[in-house]
Design a protein around this ligand. Sequence first.
Ligand code: ZN
Length: 383
Amino acid sequence: MIVYEFKVKGKGSQYNAIDEAIRTSQFIQNKCLRYWMDNEKVGKNELNKYCAVLASEFPFADELNSMARQSAAERTWSAIARFYDNCKKKKKGLKGFPKFKKTCRSVEYKTSGWKLSPNRKAINFRDKKHIGTLKLKGTYELNYYDLDQIKRVRIVRRADGYYAQFAIDVKVRVETEPTAQATGIDLGLKFFIADNKGNVEECPKFYRKAERRLNRANRKKSKKFNKSAKPQSNNYRKARNRYARKHLRVSRQRKEYCKRVAYSVIQSNDLIAYEDLNVKGLVRNRHLAKSISDAGWSTFRQWLEYFGFKYGKVTIAVPPYNTSQNCSKCGKKVKKSLSTRTHVCPHCRFVEDRDVNAAMNILKLALSTVGHTGTYAWGDLPN
Ligand SMILES: [Zn+2]
């Protein structure tokens, strides 16, 4: 499955129609979650059937294409399934009980309810939400594919406009020459990644660098906020949008960076081992929270597993257990605080950078098959 994204252009009334479709999708997702919570033995099929009930009960739900309704129910189901899975695996900490959605940003259609124009530069949504025809702006070429290869179409709202994503069913596996290299990588705050051969990549810190500009935009937004005004003024909304766009820019930079690093790691190795970090758990440490969120490890990992899948490479996540403490030469534990940058082993006199030593341990762990193979879930998009 590959995904192409286009910016879409339409009239203001069409954007309103998209917002309305997104709201309906969110409504169905929340209703399905409530239905699952209130009834026993509700599975995927029951939720799908429940969509029809909702459509007969609520006219605005009926206006949304029937497969788009199902798609909303499936989204809820995947959140429930993930929760069940975490419970089964006895995952530590919170199990991720599904939550009600408040700020849904997208609506997903499947194979009906839309039609591409003959030259495939525009898409027409034909359900009773009356979104109509939207122009597609982007450099991708949809003409290469058969229409029945397009399995899903998603409309996404962002601070700078609306986008259409096409999930296209093609074999993405690419045959590559073996590199005869295996690597362990350690994700850190000083170095974004350090590998077992001593290669390091500095953290780019996109958020930290943009922080002053972001704060300024945030202050401007707050100044325009009026407690008693409802709705807020246009100037407030504009300032809020400017602020959101600045955030969008930072997250795009981070994504591009993660993608590039993941790609190059995959290209130069056959086996890649990394730590199975619980990023959410780490972010709770408030002293490091900003830096950790800024690093984008989970985005990096998603891309790593995606490219691993695409290029037929092995990706292995190992449990993060003492990888930075143990000596990678003799295996003995050498205690060090977070600020100790160098690993000096009193037992075997092995000296190495702290993160590089950790990377060596990670590779060792992976090769002794302690880890589990990272799997790229079909159709799930890396962000
Ligand atoms: Zn040692």
